[in-house]
Design a protein around this ligand. Sequence first.
Ligand SMILES: [Zn+2]
Length: 144
Amino acid sequence: MTPLSQNFTLEEFTTSATAKRLGIINAVGQKEVANICALVHNVLQPLRDAMREPIKIGSGYRCPRLNRAVGGVPTSQHQYGQAADLCIEGDKEKGRRWFTWIMAHCDFDQLIWEHNAKGSYWVHVSYRSDGKNRRHVINNLLKR
Ligand SMILES: [Zn+2]
């Protein structure tokens, strides 16, 4: 295991059930590792410290082939190690808590309530280490 911070390891961002199933080697480069580190140190570890609860990464880094396999958009920040999907495991209250905390306390590029056709929800957050963070929020679930 390669620790990135007190509570996060690199493997949490690179391990993928889909990659395993399809025999895709989700190899991460130095640049992507640096981006994952920036995301962890600027958003995820501060969130973890404030919430005092485990944060499970559903999808972190995706090589282009894996990104295509999971139906990610071609410009997905997951391909650069800039984005992570946080599992809320059906707990929308927890998701709201995380979402609003990030919105209030972090610099970020995009923060999105994502959902799929099966009705599961997760929090997508991205961070750019070049400082060009747009703080773009898509909070389609918070309105309900
Ligand atoms: Zn995502």
